[in-house]
Design a protein around this ligand. Sequence first.
Ligand SMILES: C[S@@+](CC[C@H](N)C(=O)[O-])C[C@H]1O[C@@H](n2cnc3c(N)ncnc32)[C@H](O)[C@@H]1O
Length: 232
Amino acid sequence: MSKIEIRNHPKFSNVFISGPQERLRLYTTNLLEGKRVYGEKLINYKGIEYREWDPYRSKLAALILENPLTNLFYEDLKCLYLGASSGTTISHLSDIIHSGIIYSVEFAERSMRQLIQNTSKRLNIIPILADARFPETYAKYIFTNVDLIYQDVAQPRQAEIALENCNYYLKDDGILIIAIKSQSIDSIKKSEQIYAQEKRILEKNGLNIVESINIHKYAANHIILIAKKEIN
Ligand SMILES: C[S@@+](CC[C@H](N)C(=O)[O-])C[C@H]1O[C@@H](n2cnc3c(N)ncnc32)[C@H](O)[C@@H]1O
């Protein structure tokens, strides 16, 4: 039986890898030892417990495996996460950012209940039951501008929702990561047309798209855009 050897990710701090480059596996260290969030594999390596991070379940993991150039995480990152669901990706982000905070917005009550069950002991996660289309409704829960907005909401107006949240909450040199699902915007038009249309909306409204990464390998009809606020 081959033994897994876990090492630091060469670019992203607090993200770990094993295996050869073409079959890389991702991990984060488990903030809550012994606890799984979505049935992920737990691995003890040199006395530290790691959680395997599944790119087929988490678009952020898929993005990292596609090697983005932008540095996305640091320990005290403040993040607004739109489309929290039951906390699969958020739990890994919570492992990564230690002293940071994740404001986690989800509008489905059932998912919110699961999110709370899954993450209530993770003190860097603040669950917010709210609709991301109306950013003003959760202003009372968010105390400062954030460094990163991560959006994965599978809605028809994905670019507009992101923009409105950026205008409310993103600090001047902050980053937006948006997962665009073409099928949720228009199931008839070609995906490429939809991606171009969403990019245009973001760019016309003061966001600079620095990376556009196709993650079709892991999630059908999805790309991820990384954008920065243009400072005037
Ligand atoms: C694809 S899932 C998110 C998966 C999650 N990002 C992860 O990786 O663990 C999309 C989620 O967005 C939520 N959602 C969709 N529209 C929303 C909205 N307008 N406001 C808040 N949440 C929304 C859905 O209820 C669903 O839980």
